[in-house]
Ligand binder design. Sequence first.
Ligand code: NAP
Length: 285
Amino acid sequence: MPPTILDGKQLAKTIRKELAVEVADFVKNKNCTPTLAAVLVGSDPASEVYVRNKRRDCEKVGIQSNLHELPAETTQEELLALIDQLNQDADVHGILVQLPLPSQISTEPVLEAISPAKDVDAFHPENVGRLVQGRPLFHPCTPQGVVELLRRNAIPTSGQNVVIIGRSDIVGKPLSIMLAQKGADATVTLCHSRTSDLPAVARQADILIVAIGRANFVTADMVKPGATVIDVGINRTEAGLVGDVDFEAVSEVAGAITPVPGGVGPLTRVMLLVNTLAAARRLES
Ligand code: NAP
């Protein structure tokens, strides 16, 4: 039987529609518009596209987005001064600094300078700590996109064996924490490049989540028949964009699978909007 295709593009559209209603209510009740400040340093073409898309998404749901473009030679002090100004600005609810930053700027102090209350990417150590303790202000966008994709497709996590391949700070590590929390109640195994006999570990998964950045890495023999397979990877190849999962081969065994593109990516984008509205609600309450 062919697997269920977990259509992130369609789901993102549905969530945007819901959000547009919530944003309109917020604007009416609070007489102010949720506002995201996007900071772009330099002119990396991929970053420019990401920021443009994020701003377009904001527009679709009625969130105001302000773009702050700084030249490539911006110093750390100049960037920190802008963040300080945005932290103080009562009209700004969310701050997003597009990564990567030019080499003269250290990323960590910049992310730590963003007020945790406006940290809609949820990268600030205080927000990471709150996530670990199960009392987050915001959920990081890609992990929350995965959780929402599972939830809205009625794929239970409670008591399930979840195997995550990839332990990055933005995807694998926070997702492992979120799925192991009370409420999600999964039994989580977090794998990485030093994991012994990865195929055998992966085959234990009821839900296999892959975020490593290696095209078609997960093959059919690594997947338990009927398992749900979530492919976070985005790899540019001669054949176009592909995920970390060999989609054709794994579709023969999986019970449900995300496509790439059109799986987790659109949900990551929509979660930024969810977080911006959440930030506005907190700051305007
Ligand atoms: P990252 O920082 O590049 O880290 C990669 C992780 O994969 C590391 O933990 C690494 O292990 C592990 N890994 C690499 N090769 C491996 C192997 N052969 N076997 C097992 N583990 C291996 O990861 P990231 O930033 O999370 O990005 C991962 C992928 O997700 C990329 O393709 C990225 O473009 C994509 N992504 C997509 C979205 C989305 O919205 N869809 C969002 C973010 C990222 P070690 O720790 O041992 O080195």
